[in-house]
Design a protein around this ligand. Structure first.
Ligand code: CO
Length: 141
């Protein structure tokens, strides 16, 4: 069973411009937005906007073969890309998903929060790409 909503992933053409939007339009303080990191293995740059009850994950393509490149070609201004729910054990979640006939995309791998993640195909969840993320042991984001 899934746990709390950890974050909503938003693909953007420019993380720095998107950060500015959250500050200027929505009043987010600069120190509530993380520094931009890179995950070359997953082809993304990322940063988190911290909200009182969740986070927005901004993701920008990194490299020519980024998996979000095609998404941005279809949505040039950016768009909501995935939702991420926490699970206790990613391998158990992966096995449960597969047993129920869902299409799990790839093997468990380290995500932006430093814990293991998988993605579940949008066709299994009303068109929404779902990221499952192992809850950080510290309980922190
Ligand atoms: Co994510």
């Amino acid at each position: 069973m899934i746990g709390r909503l950890n974050h909503i992933g938003v693909a953007v053409p420019s993380i720095e411009a998107a950060k500015q939007t959250y500050m200027d339009l929505y009043g987010i303080a600069a120190d509530a937005i993380t520094a931009t990191g890179e995950m070359p293995a997953q082809g993304v740059r990322f940063a988190f906007v911290n909200l009182p009850n969740s986070q927005i994950e901004l993701i920008e393509p990194l490299g020519e073969t980024s998996p979000i490149q095609k998404f941005l070609e279809r949505n040039p201004a950016g768009g909501q890309h995935h939702v991420c729910f926490e699970v206790e054990d990613i391998h158990a979640a992966r096995d449960a998903m597969a047993a129920k006939g869902a299409t799990v995309l790839g093997e468990p791998r380290i995500g932006a929060h430093g814990t293991l993640i998988i993605f579940v195909h949008p066709k299994n969840s009303n068109g929404v790409l779902v990221e499952l993320m192992e809850t950080p042991k510290s309980g922190a984001h």
